[in-house]
Design a protein around this ligand. Structure first.
Ligand code: ADP
Length: 268
């Protein structure tokens, strides 16, 4: 695999997705076991697109945990940062609090994707990991996985995001993905919108992770997109294509595209 290492930190879990849509969980006749968890999705998205990625996080030392580790391995993601916890069960949505300093030191990009930055003890673990990676010179990437419905209105969401942006001198690039409306980008020098591709979406799970994976795969070896709007727009178009493709199949990981699938999609 080519390029710098992208280390993705956080949880990996199993989503139980009802086999029939439009029913409550209690009424579902059956469930599909869908491996997921945003940081793990991003690591696999990178690997499918030809990048080098590692996952760091905690899994239960049970059948599900080893199944998930197997999925990472099959997809070419380094799993040396996996910590199997004897006292934990994988089916639950674990928040990782374990550190893997060696991997953070090798990271060219350190990515974490979780709302858990706001709750302890995950918050301290995340911040520590970030510090190690940053000291080693990595580019930091954070996806809070915030959901628009959590806010009273899109205007308020926008206002909140822009107030973070105004305060954060160190942020080089801020992206807000908007589902079938595409994405907005902001840098200190320019901002704009990239429209989404028109597709027949069947399951949008993992679209954001696919988008982030694509972005990081290219960004890891070429930071010039942060200064060059034309290049950035081209990269975001590629990332939006990855997001769009991911919505056309059920589940997150099974729907993450390879480079050739993206090129076929873009050439169509
Ligand atoms: P998240 O999965 O984090 O909620 P989004 O739903 O905003 O993220 O999706 C990320 C990107 O994937 C979007 O910016 C868009 O380019 C693409 N995408 C998501 N949903 C659709 C859709 N229904 N149609 C086309 N593109 C989509």
């Amino acid at each position: 695999k080519e390029g710098g290492l992208i280390v993705s930190f956080g949880e990996m879990l199993i989503d139980f997705v009802p086999t029939v849509s439009g029913v409550s969980l209690a009424e579902a006749p059956g469930f599909l076991k869908a491996p997921g968890g945003a940081p793990a999705n991003v690591a696999i998205a990178v690997s499918r697109l030809g990048g080098k990625s590692a996952f760091v996080g905690k899994l239960g030392d049970d059948e599900f945990g080893h199944m998930l580790a197997g999925i990472l391995k099959e997809n070419g993601v380094s799993g040396e940062g996996i910590n199997f916890d004897k006292g934990a069960r994988t089916a639950l949505a674990f928040k990782s609090v374990h550190l893997h300093v060696v991997l953070y030191n090798c990271a060219k990009v350190f990515h974490y994707g979780s709302i858990s930055l706001i709750v302890e003890p995950c918050r301290s673990a995340h911040l520590k990991a970030m510090e190690v990676a940053k000291d080693a010179g990595a580019l930091l990437s954070y996806d809070p996985n915030l959901r628009l419905p959590l806010w009273p209105s899109p205007e308020e969401a926008r206002e909140q995001i822009m107030s973070i942006w105004d305060k954060a001198e160190v942020i080089k690039l801020l992206l807000v993905t908007l589902g079938d409306k595409g994405c907005n980008y902001y840098t200190k020098h320019f901002h704009g919108t990239i429209g989404a591709f028109a597709v027949k979406a069947v399951d949008t799970t993992g679209a954001g992770d696919s988008f982030v994976g694509a972005l990081l795969t290219k960004l890891v070896d070429d930071h010039s997109v942060l200064e060059d709007e034309g290049k950035l727009r081209e990269l975001l178009r590629f990332s939006c294509a990855c997001g769009a493709i991911t919505t056309t199949k059920k589940g997150a990981i099974p729907a993450l595209p390879s480079v050739s699938e993206v090129h076929t999609f873009l050439d169509a």
